[in-house]
Design a protein around this ligand. Structure first.
Ligand code: ADE
Length: 222
């Protein structure tokens, strides 16, 4: 099984996957792990990979271009499932881990900042995954949790003595979709309301979106 990890902190991931069982599994050829620096894919001359959110709000968003280009380049002609680590994604459990372990190629993007341009999800992400209802400083640890949990299910990764046991947020709302520049990316346009400058309308739209997403994805939070 092959893992491609996209991150703004490659050293953090490289160090962790070159230890212990994950290291041994790579040496024995049971798994392959490639770590990619997102900044290598940005077209920005200052190597920027983030920008301010349209419609205002705190923090920065990860821009669409570097991630979309990185995924395209890394994927090439291979079929691969693309996962984004993010606190509003599907909650990781052993059942989901087992599903991912059936894949041959996984591309895992470590999410960052206040979020990610929504069009990344639309264009390249197959599944957004959260490792639990808490907020990390970034998605790197979540990516590592996933790699670790999935890799150990790959036949031959665990040794004879390491058995595979029978394993078993304010207002309670998920976050609304966000967008940063450009306003039109590959034909996908930022909703007009976010460009209107009308903060009351923006707020209303965001609340509606948050309710809709929460109702769709996590009805248990209501
Ligand atoms: N990024 C920040 N918090 C996260 C979480 N709980 N799961 C996945 N990615 C995250």
């Amino acid at each position: 099984m092959r893992f491609d990890l996209i991150t703004i902190f490659p050293q953090m991931l490289q160090t962790a996957v070159n230890e212990s069982i994950l290291k041994r599994a790579q040496v024995s050829g049971k798994i392959k792990i490639f770590v990619h620096d997102l900044r290598d894919y940005t077209k920005d001359k200052h190597k920027k990979v983030d920008d301010k959110p349209f419609g205002g709000g705190p923090g920065m968003l990860m821009s669409a271009q570097p991630i979309v280009d990185a995924v395209a380049k890394i994927k090439g002609r291979r079929k691969a499932k693309v996962i984004l680590t993010c606190p509003t994604g599907k909650r990781l459990d052993q059942c989901l881990v087992k599903t991912f372990a059936k894949e041959k190629n996984l591309i895992i993007i470590s999410g960052h900042y206040e979020g990610i341009d929504e069009r990344v999800r639309k264009l390249v992400v197959d599944e957004s995954v959260s490792i639990g209802d808490y907020i990390l400083t970034g998605g790197e640890f979540a990516s590592l949790v996933m790699v670790d949990a999935i890799a150990r299910l790959v036949p031959g990764v665990l040794g004879k003595h390491e058995s595979l046991h029978c394993e078993s947020f304010e207002e309670n709302l998920l976050e609304y979709p966000q967008y940063t520049r450009p306003a039109d990316f590959r034909g996908l346009k930022v909703p007009d309301v976010l460009l209107s400058g009308n903060h009351a309308d923006i707020e209303k739209w965001r609340k509606q979106q948050a309710h809709k997403i929460t109702k769709d994805k996590r009805p248990d939070l209501f």
